[in-house]
Design a protein. Structure first.
Length: 172
């Protein structure tokens, strides 16, 4: 059974773990990561979730996402998830997320990476991913509005495209 580290609201590990699929206690949080891959044309790689996947089955989603398992750092979780879901090996050593979005029971780190990946070379995780493709910001927003893409807030999608080349909220 997969276990997750439990964090405080200050993002400090408590030394306790939590089995996936059980409810967290009030004041306990966990860590998730998203990796958004962009090509030089400014498109994001998106994945089509399997129809039997729990949570948003048969929907399009960001490149990669998942929970950090016990002992993971944000960076090791990002490396592991990227390899598991797409078969792509990249080092996240020394890399910081461009954005962290707190949610009801955790912290979600977003890594934005420009890399031209040949989609034919990817090894999709059969249990989670049925297909991948490159999409523009407008394509993703249209998918959200049509109900074929997970219902992220549209301004978040726009912000991911804006921040893909930088850290921080100031315009460069």
């Amino acid at each position: 059974m997969e276990r997750w580290d439990i964090y405080t609201a200050d993002r400090e590990k408590t030394g306790r773990t939590w089995p996936r699929g059980t409810e967290l206690k009030d004041g306990d949080y966990h860590l998730t990561v998203h990796i958004c891959l962009f090509n030089k044309q400014g498109q994001m790689l998106i994945q089509h979730r399997q129809p039997f996947k729990e949570g948003w089955p048969n929907m399009w989603d960001l490149s990669v996402g998942g929970s950090a398992t016990a002992g993971d750092t944000s960076q090791t979780a990002a490396e592991r998830e990227l390899f598991e879901e797409l078969g792509l090996s990249l080092s996240f050593a020394g890399r910081r997320p461009q954005l962290t979005v707190p949610f009801e029971v955790g912290f979600d780190d977003y890594y934005l990476i420009e890399t031209d990946v040949d989609l034919a070379t990817l090894t999709l995780q059969e249990e989670e991913v049925q297909a991948v493709k490159w999409a523009t910001e407008d394509d993703i927003i249209a998918g959200i509005r049509e109900g074929t893409f997970i219902s992220y807030h549209e301004p978040l999608i726009r912000l991911l495209f804006i921040l893909r080349y930088q850290y921080g909220a100031h315009q460069k």
